[in-house]
Design a protein around this ligand. Structure first.
Ligand code: GDP
Ligand code: MG
Length: 608
């Protein structure tokens, strides 16, 4: 397949508008997967994705498509074969880094919009990602089978927001199959073929990688120029390491060896890279000893939320370290540094793109790598200035200096610009919510007679915890929301400590806005009280700012121990109880003298 016969495109849309289902239909249409076999949303392979019904990882599939053009003379029918690479992308705002990386391998995108819901916040965000990458955009109005579908309204929205002409839009139902026959011909006609040159030295962009037990690290690559053959010696521009291409092929949709990848193709290469640190997403790979200009690569990921990650059982540190190394290979957007806590021992400070991203990372560690973890209260990266003139970014509240020689003289918190699209009757409650969250309105307009479009500047801290859920609940689920990071704003921040029996627990410290400290302190103490069991002695739980206690609870001592209930006689019962006690202990973390169950840490995450 010469580049003229290749098309690389991705599918972008707001969550639930039908990207993954449309991808399924296109895979079926081209015989890449069998109809009715396989599971729906075929490309959502991860357990998290299936459980949550969302796409987290972009996935590539190569399809072969024969196009038959009937000219007026029936004996003169033209056939041409095309190789199409389809990349399904996540829709949630936390994963837009995944989307922007996928777009680097594409020349076009299908912008899918639900015919009933119309343009939503992530439709806007994804449109601009694709537009800025100079991709050809094919608007696809999907779910036209729904009784409430109103394609004309969506067309008008596309025109007014993106200047997309109504006649460019394709109308489809990924459910009934209506209109699908026009999708691939439009891809071929409208999307340009990849611009690379076959006769230039090999250059490949490393798109993604993951660890396979048997093969080692598998790299997904886009061949920009030249040709890659099995057995070629290749080198990395980032590390200067050289490797041999042991296996080369395409995702069709499973790994299918072809022994060769031509200019413009997207495929995989196994090169005996063992350590995941060597496979850097965004790296350029080329033929060893040839001299090439590295490709532009990717913008580094911006970490919005940080939290500590500790093994639930102190001895598992090495196992957790190993699991994290493997998983970060498949999720290059997490930042990891080692840290230690007096309460929890050795662990890691992790930076995430958002709370959903954090959640998904935790779930994947547990499901795919069997790790058992404790996570500390997430925080956003604040900046503090001290009396000695030094300025630091604080990713771990515990490290905020509290010695009197180093007073805090100023602080800043990160903010975001949020886009909110809602039916106009919900404007009032949304404005109230945003001002409770310390937001500042920047724009307020209407995209048509029924939908309002608002832009707000909001402190990042206020949206990472539970903002979206709350927004959904006050708008009966109709709000859509997206954000991009903006600059730092001065703020009035304090460190809130949690003390157990008078001892501050470093892993429970948080940084909060002055005005919210009282309420958050109270809520943290209440939650801890609910989740810490009575023990042999009295436990006091306090929230404090500096030396000032702002909330306090006590848990009274337990009188009887477990065995007191057995009247000495029944040995098996005694054994059972002891076992049960042991099991219960395993999920405990001892902090000072107090046993804290793992769930207590989980509960603290939910306080906003
Ligand atoms: P994604 O989040 O954009 O990948 O969306 P999915 O492909 O996971 O689809 C979300 C939901 O919409 C699923 O329940 C699909 O079955 C449903 N869906 C997708 N396409 C259509 C369609 O054309 N018509 C109808 N009625 N439902 C659809
Ligand atoms: Mg999906």
């Amino acid at each position: 397949y010469p580049p003229e016969r290749i098309r690389n495109f991705s599918i972008i849309a707001h969550v639930d508008h039908g990207k993954s289902t449309l991808a399924d239909r296109l895979l079926e249409l081209t015989g890449t997967i069998k109809k009715g076999h396989g599971q729906p949303q075929y490309l959502d392979k991860l357990q998290v994705e299936r459980e949550r019904g969302i796409t987290v990882k972009a996935q590539t599939a190569t399809m072969f498509y024969r196009r038959i053009i009937n000219s007026s003379d029936i004996h003169n029918e033209e056939q041409s074969d095309y190789l199409l690479n389809l990349i399904d992308t996540p829709g949630h705002v936390d994963f837009s880094y995944e989307v922007s990386r996928s777009l680097a391998a594409c020349q076009g995108a299908l912008l899918v919009v639900d015919a009933a819901q119309g343009v939503q916040a992530q439709t806007v965000a994804n449109f601009y990602l694709a537009f800025e990458s100079n991709l050809t955009i094919i608007p696809v109005i999907n779910k036209i089978d729904q009784p409430t579908a109103d394609p004309d309204r969506v067309k008008a929205q596309l025109k007014s927001l993106f200047d997309i002409d109504a006649e460019d839009a394709l109308l489809t139902s990924a459910k009934t199959g209506q209109g699908l026959e026009h999708v691939l011909p439009a891809v071929i006609e409208r999307i340009p073929s990849p611009p690379g040159k076959c006769d230039l030295p090999l250059r490949m962009l490393l798109l993604d990688s993951y660890y396979d037990e048997y093969k080692g690290v598998i790299c997904h690559v886009a061949v920009v120029d030249g040709t890659l053959r099995k057995g070629d010696k290749i080198a990395s521009a980032a590390t200067n390491q050289a490797y041999e291409a042991l296996d080369v092929g395409i995702m069709h949709p499973e790994l299918t060896p072809t022994g060769i990848l031509f200019t413009g193709q997207v495929g995989y290469v196994v090169s005996g890279i063992r350590s995941t640190k060597e496979a850097r997403v965004g790296d350029t790979l080329y033929h060893a000893r040839s001299i090439v200009e590295p490709l532009p690569g990717f913008k580094p990921a911006k970490h919005m939320v940080f939290s500590g990650l500790y093994p639930a059982d102190g001895s598992d540190f090495e196992a957790l370290n190993h699991a994290i190394e493997r998983l970060t290979c498949n999720d290059a957007s997490v930042s990891i540094t080692k840290e230690s806590s007096t309460a929890l021992g050795m662990g890691f400070r992790c930076g995430f793109l958002g709370l959903l991203h954090m959640d998904v990372f935790h779930q994947r560690l547990e499901q795919e790598y069997g790790a058992r973890i404790i996570s500390t209260i997430p925080t956003v990266p604040y900046i503090f200035e001290y009396s000695d003139g030094s300025k630091v970014q604080v990713q771990n509240p515990a490290t905020l200096a509290s010695n009197p020689g180093k007073r805090v003289t100023a602080c800043w918190e990160p903010s975001v610009i949020a886009t909110i699209i809602i039916p106009s009757e919900y404007v009032g409650p949304v404005i109230t919510l945003c001002s409770e969250r310390r937001g500042e309105q920047l724009e307020y307009s209407f995209i048509d007679s029924q939908r309002a479009f608002m832009k707000y500047r909001l402190p990042l801290r206020e949206i990472v915890v539970d903002f979206y859920n709350e927004l959904k609940s006050i708008t009966s689920g109709y709000a859509s929301f997206d954000y991009e990071d903006a600059d730092y704003q001065t703020s009035d921040l304090v460190k809130l400590d949690i003390l157990l029996n008078g001892q501050p627990v470093d892993a429970m410290a948080t940084i909060v806005h002055q005005l919210k400290a009282q309420r958050i302190g109270r809520e943290l103490v209440d939650r801890l009280k609910k989740f810490i069991d009575r023990q042999m002695f009295e436990i006091t739980i306090q929230a404090a700012i500096g030396s000032k206690v702002i909330a306090r609870e006590t848990i009274s001592a337990m009188r009887k121990n477990v065995l007191a209930k057995c009247y000495g006689g029944d040995v098996t019962r005694k054994k059972k109880l002891l076992e049960k006690q042991k099991e219960g202990k395993k999920r405990m973390k001892r902090v000072g003298s107090v046993d804290i169950p793992q769930e207590a840490f989980h509960e603290l995450l939910k306080v906003s």
